[in-house]
Design a protein around this ligand. Structure first.
Ligand code: PEP
Length: 263
């Protein structure tokens, strides 16, 4: 037991996967595992982040689960409300579709799609103002880690959003620390390294907001059943953002169970 009083979160980021039939089978299998042995709602928040086109179907499918499972959007527009913004989905439209949470700042958005800090701030602000919870992703590259800048980079990413988060909105934010070199590579930060960065993030958050001590900080980067128990035992690791392993119902279930059991 870590002694943390923060309820853990395990969120599956499906990224640009899977096809409809496979998504449906994945959810059926996951719900079946929960039917066989449920994970108490107060022991772990569980959610999945499907592609935008599947959000409504997944939301409806998850209503039939025997416990709450959040449907999380992978991204949102930098533009708020409604209007002439072809291809975009605003925070208000997500909220209108009963979506409660959204990922912002994932390294794939930052690196491949040019989400720089100003864009990320607009997205965070829009999400919070529309009443969505934000899973805010931060993390350093391998080059930044090897040159000793990891802590500085990550804390700067935390400070970046402080400009747009109102004091009362911090409680709607979950932070996900995802070292870029560990995402989809099979390499995981050691529990000691991950814990050290999580403790720094908590310190940074606590200097910005009194909520900092109670905010959930998730780890992401090749989390799998084999490393979940060890990661979950770290006091400042309050859950996981899971990519690849969330596409397998049994693996995702075991990760959720690992976090639910150790907290
Ligand atoms: C992610 O996409 O957020 C992630 C952590 O992916 P993976 O678990 O596959 O490394």
């Amino acid at each position: 037991m870590s002694g943390s009083t923060i309820t853990p979160w395990v969120i599956g980021n499906w990224k640009m996967n899977p096809m409809q039939a496979d998504a449906s089978a994945l959810l059926q299998d996951f719900k079946q595992l929960l039917n066989n042995q449920n994970i108490a709602e107060d022991s772990c928040h569980i959610g999945v982040a499907p592609v935008a086109i599947a959000l409504s179907a997944v939301r409806d499918e998850l209503k039939q689960a025997n416990r709450k499972i959040l449907t999380v959007a992978q991204d949102l527009s930098r533009k708020a409300g409604t209007g002439a913004y072809t291809g975009e989905i605003s925070a208000e439209l997500l909220k209108d579709s009963a979506i409660e949470f959204v990922l912002v700042g994932h390294s794939e958005r930052r690196e491949i799609f040019g989400d720089h800090p100003q864009i990320i701030n607009e997205k965070v602000k829009n999400a919070l103002n529309a009443g969505l919870g934000v899973i805010y992703c931060v993390g350093e590259s391998l080059e930044q880690r090897e040159s000793g800048q990891a802590e500085h980079v990550v804390l700067q990413q935390i400070c970046d959003i402080a400009a747009v988060v109102q004091p009362a909105q911090w409680k709607s934010i979950v932070v996900a620390y995802e070292p870029i070199w560990a995402i989809g590579t099979g390499k995981t930060a050691s529990p000691a390294d991950a814990q050290a960065m999580h403790a720094k993030i908590r310190e940074g958050l606590s200097q910005i907001t009194p909520e900092g001590q109670q905010m959930a900080i998730l780890y992401g980067g090749s989390v799998k059943p084999e490393n979940a128990v060890e990661l979950a035992a770290c006091p400042d690791i309050n859950g996981a953002l899971v990519g690849g392993a969330s596409l397998n119902a049994e693996s995702f279930y075991q990760i959720a169970q690992a976090f639910a059991n150790t907290k």
